[in-house]
Ligand binder design. Structure first.
Ligand code: GLC
Length: 502
């Protein structure tokens, strides 16, 4: 691939705890991932993004990093991570890792030192008096330490926020980036990127935050073809575009698309706005349907209200999974046809639904405890993947899995789906293969096929048509190369998408 591989890449997100378990302890690990790299190469993605793999007490699924230069022992070793990077590269897969600059774990050497020694507290956000900020997981954002001072944690108390006014913090992260780039990592996903810089009255999207990413870009540019991907949840597209200026990040996740309801007008607007915004800075858009923080797409799209908001998660809302599944198939063809990059969250290619009925006592997400058990949290999209066999653990590992798997996932295993031509897995495989040849980075032109239909032609000549209306619509001329569901003669049924060549 060229040095702009990332502009049109399909990137598969691995949540290591739940991907595949190589040593049979019920928790996914690097051995499990290494064994399944050929599956990912076959699937047809270009890169793999791993959520944090560092030593961590796992108070927030690894987003509480105790040591940025090592691997969590439950997952493997640093040496094994290097082997994994090399094996991925041999298969033509790039590796993107997660770096968490807003906060560390309270078990990190720096925070432990700060607790012992008041003169070492300037790396974090210690104050004599807390303000009224609330944690994103619920409850106050400040916790008092033994000698009476308070520290800030925008997330869980086990995740103390760094003080980015301190040059030592900048230096530390430059070193961390080089540590991983030196080991062959191709990209960095930047966690909670808009939150790092704070004033006494605000913590989101302060102008000074851009200095951090400008300097990170300079570090990335010391190497060949390395990229920065921002996790930037901002409603204002103009503000978001500032992170994607030529001397900052390469790309960012498109949360507008993820949050958008399954509605033609809303989607048309989000797509248009995304393309316009990215054009102003020359960055490629990305198209994201799900990740480890949001309810599974099959479940979301089967609800009466198909929109998503982090503060309105619609836990347990009634869902029609058959309808959600049909829409998720159509949405996959839409996301993969649009210009730019696309993300696939593990299990999305298997059409997994959200697991709504995890017993409360087994829930692990801090959202659940911090919200006083009012928000179920994110465990339902993090259930270990079903690979093969008839019953749990479905080839995930050997014994009980860290979160229980449903009894009715037999037909959803990768093995069962590989053998079924009409499966979600085979739809993803075919689409990703066609996408590599004809889609990805580039341009598109809208076609007008009525208010309920999204239709556009890509620069390669491939046309994507998605019918979001209640009744079938006539297809434009062309040869169907892929469809998300059965057609009705020359008509495209409701909640169905096709790719056509002229
Ligand atoms: C990001 C991660 C999420 C994590 C949070 C705090 O939003 O995606 O999983 O809990 O940051 O690090």
């Amino acid at each position: 691939m060229s040095d702009t591989w990332w502009r049109g890449a399909a990137i598969y997100q691995v949540y290591p705890r739940s991907f595949a378990d190589g040593n049979g302890d019920g928790v996914g690990d690097l051995a499990g991932l290494r064994a399944r790299l050929p599956y990912l190469a076959d699937l047809g993605v270009n890169a793999v993004w791993l959520t944090p793999w560092y030593p961590s007490p796992l108070a927030d699924g690894g987003y509480d990093v105790a040591d940025y230069r090592d691997i969590e022992p439950v997952f493997g070793t640093l040496e094994e991570a290097e082997t994994l990077i090399a094996e991925a590269h041999e298969l033509g897969l790039k590796i993107i890792i997660d770096v968490v600059p807003n906060h560390s774990s309270d078990q990190s050497a720096w925070f432990q030192e700060a607790l012992r020694d008041r003169s070492k507290r300037d790396r974090f956000w210690f104050r004599d008096e807390p303000n009224d900020w609330q944690s994103i997981f619920g409850g106050p954002a400040w916790t008092q330490v033994e000698d009476g001072q308070w520290y800030l944690h925008l997330f869980a108390p086990e995740q103390p926020d760094f003080n980015w006014d301190n040059p030592e913090v900048h230096q530390e992260f430059h070193d961390v980036l080089r540590f991983w780039f030196d080991r062959g990592v191709d990209g960095i996903r930047i966690d909670s990127a808009a939150l790092c810089v704070k004033s006494d009255t605000a913590f989101e999207d302060l102008d000074e935050v851009h200095d951090i990413y400008r300097s990170w870009r300079r570090v990335a540019d010391e190497y060949d073809e390395r990229i920065l991907v921002g996790e930037v949840w901002l409603p204002d597209q103009e503000r978001l575009s500032r992170y994607l200026r030529q001397d900052e990040m390469h790309t960012a996740f498109n949360f507008d698309f993820l949050s958008c309801p399954w509605d033609p007008a809303a989607l048309r607007q989000v797509i248009g706005r995304t393309l316009d915004m990215h054009a102003t800075v020359g960055a490629p858009p990305t198209w994201v349907l799900s990740n480890h923080d949001v309810a599974r797409v099959v479940t979301r799209y089967g609800r009466a209200d198909t929109s998503w908001a982090n503060n309105d998660r619609k836990d347990g809302a009634e869902t029609n999974l058959e309808l959600g599944y049909r829409r998720a198939r159509a949405a996959a063809l839409l996301a993969m046809a649009l210009p730019g990059g696309v993300y696939v969250y593990q299990g999305e290619e298997l059409g997994l639904p959200e697991v709504d009925d995890i017993p409360d006592e087994l829930r692990q997400d801090p959202m659940w405890t911090r919200s006083g058990h009012t928000v179920k949290g994110r465990d339902g999209c993090r259930v270990p993947l079903p690979w093969s066999g008839e019953e749990p653990p479905y080839g995930f590992g050997a014994g009980d899995t860290w979160l229980p798997q449903p009894e009715d996932w037999r037909k959803l295993t990768a093995e069962a789906q590989a053998a079924d031509l009409g499966s979600m897995l085979n739809l993803y495989r075919t689409a990703l293969r066609l996408r590599r040849e004809q889609l990805g980075d580039g341009t598109m032109e809208w076609l007008d096929l009525g208010a309920n239909v999204l239709a556009f032609t890509r620069d390669s000549g491939l046309t994507c048509v998605v019918n979001l209306g209640p009744s079938a619509v006539e297809l434009p001329p062309g040869e169907v190369v892929l469809s998300s569901g059965p057609l009705e003669g020359d008509h495209l049924p409701s909640d169905t998408a096709v790719w056509l060549t002229s």
